[in-house]
Design a protein around this ligand. Structure first.
Ligand SMILES: Cc1cc2nc3c(=O)[nH]c(=O)nc-3n(C[C@H](O)[C@H](O)[C@H](O)COP(=O)(O)OP(=O)(O)OC[C@H]3O[C@@H](n4cnc5c(N)ncnc54)[C@H](O)[C@@H]3O)c2cc1C
Length: 482
């Protein structure tokens, strides 16, 4: 625990929290607290696996209204206790871990749909709603949110916005930050505010986007309005095989700079084409495998598919037809769930970044080089795919894997952090960013000052102004504990 609360103070906090949410929605029982000690970050998983004590929160609360959230934050300010918003706990960056103890604010009871506006095609919901439930609710009205992250069933609306998440079809539907129109937020000092009703305006800087990506360090998002899209009349997939990754990247660049808008382009590097595509899809190919998906009105899909086929043929991309593409779509989440998900005892990390088309290959080769050369003694290897495309560039979803990491947990932690630092610094030095859609959390927080340079002063100033006691999710996003 941050402040060593005396027994009397502990009881005071418990009784104040019970006063806010009721006895059933506050817990200090060890098994309940243990649930919140591990998310999907490799370090706490390894730590517990090797018999080490995890860091537990002191209290877990389950508020149901923004007013309850506000009162919880006021209690936390009184006793200077950290508050960590926890949605689905599927973060891979340690974003929701209570690393300094304090209060876990579990948002899952904030799970109501407030309004579905069919005329404007928007949906307003509380932030703790499960991602799959939100999608089903808009599906019933003939719409889709269009956000299909691999952890959709395990994540919440607030957890999509916290780290600026991305779904499988982001190339057409956008990232979480592109979908959100307005927010209700409880500030660290307890005020309940709303951002402007529309995301596009000329009414000052975007208060909305200040909270998107803030990973629970600037307040608790309690409600969000998202735009929705019509469910597609037609959906198609096609796959192609390129001689190498460079040809595939050039095809993707030509598709995007021709301003076509496929729902997805997923290009596997040569290593992933052999390892992943074969393992999960059962397709044995060599080269660089690409899946392209199209959806929307049938006429648009016809046109887009024809144009993409023309571009790929121009780069000698072999057309593997639609069956293999559908196979990928139907098995797209298999890569991320047991038995195919990478898991202990292996050490692994997804060091995704994004850059312009001009820089992306440079980043890929520099990272592959540093991981495989510097860590060749522990047989580290690197594999990647490119899956979120923009009009100006693309994200690389790249991973390092060490099959046999040190058994000693301290040594394992040091090795893990060294590889991460090298990979992240290569991204930044070559025109990329620390992360594209998993967020920063505790994993990359210590590198934020390097990423922002003198700009970090502005970030810190905003944090200090909004959260004078530093209670919100300390240690994340590079903000210190006070
Ligand atoms: C197998 C697997 C596959 C994944 N695939 C994807 C993917 O395809 N795309 C993708 O984007 N991510 C992916 N992720 C990462 C993760 O699932 C996403 O970041 C997800 O959006 C997190 O949602 P959550 O509700 O679980 O958030 P949590 O893990 O609970 O929280 C994430 C962060 O957001 C903050 N937060 C949560 N709720 C709120 C709130 N209401 N207000 C303020 N802050 C809040 C937390 O404090 C924390 O910092 C994957 C993770 C796993 C384990």
């Amino acid at each position: 625990m941050t402040r060593q609360l005396k027994s009397y103070q502990l009881d005071m906090v418990i009784s104040e929290l019970i006063d806010v949410v009721g006895e059933d929605d506050v817990t200090t029982a060890t098994p309940d607290r243990f649930v919140y000690a591990v998310d999907h970050y490799w370090i706490p998983e390894m730590w517990v696996d090797r018999g080490q004590e995890p860091i537990l929160p002191d209290f877990v609360v389950h508020p149901e209204t923004p007013e309850e959230v506000s009162r919880i934050l006021q209690v936390a300010n009184t006793y200077r206790l950290p508050v960590v918003p926890w949605g689905g706990g599927s973060s891979s960056q340690g974003g929701a871990l209570p690393i300094f103890g304090g209060i876990i604010l579990d948002t899952k009871k904030l799970n109501k749909i407030i309004e579905i506006d069919e005329k404007s095609m928007t949906v307003t919901a509380q932030a703790g709603i499960n991602g799959q439930h939100l999608e089903w609710a808009v599906n019933e009205k003939g719409m889709t949110v269009g956000h299909y992250p691999a952890a959709q069933r395990a994540s919440t609306l607030g957890g999509w916005l916290g780290p600026r998440g991305s779904g499988t079809l982001s190339t057409k539907y956008g990232k979480a930050e592109d979908m959100v129109m307005s927010l209700q937020v409880v500030l660290p000092t307890g005020e309940i505010i709303r951002t402007l009703p529309t995301p596009n305006h000329a009414t000052g800087p975007s208060l909305l986007q200040l909270f998107v990506g803030s990973e629970g360090t600037l307040g608790v998002i309690t409600e969000a309005t998202l735009r929705a899209d019509p469910l597609p009349e037609e959906r198609r997939f096609r796959s192609f095989l390129f001689k190498d990754m460079s040809d595939g990247l050039e095809a993707g660049r030509r598709i995007m700079t021709a301003r076509l808008r496929p729902a997805v382009i997923r290009l596997y590097d040569e290593v992933s084409t052999v390892k992943q595509v074969k393992r999960v899809l059962g397709i044995t190919v060599q080269g660089s495998y690409m899946v392209v998906g199209f959806d929307g009105l049938k006429e648009f899909v016809d046109l887009e598919e024809a144009k993409v086929m023309e571009i790929c043929a121009g780069l000698r991309g072999e057309d593997l037809g639609s069956e293999a593409g559908w196979k990928w779509w139907n098995h797209r989440y298999d890569f991320y769930f047991p038995p195919r998900l990478k898991s202990l005892p292996r050490m692994y990390g997804t060091t995704d970044t994004v850059s312009t088309f001009s820089d992306i290959e440079k980043i890929y080769y520099a990272k592959k080089e540093v991981i495989e050369r510097k860590y060749h003694k522990c047989h580290a290897y690197y594999l990647a795919h490119f899956s979120h495309w923009y009009p100006w560039g693309v994200m690389v979803y790249d991973q390092f894997v060490v099959d046999d990491p040190p058994q000693d947990p301290h040594q394992a932690l040091l090795l893990h952090n060294q590889i991460w630092a090298d990979a992240a610094r290569v991204s930044v030095a070559n025109g990329g960013v620390l992360n594209e859609h998993h967020g920063i959390g505790i994993k990359l927080g210590w590198l934020m000052r390097e990423q922002y340079g003198p700009g970090w002063k502005a970030m810190q100033g905003i944090k200090d102004a909004l959260d004078p006691n530093g209670i919100m999710n300390p240690g994340k996003l590079g903000f210190a504990l006070r």
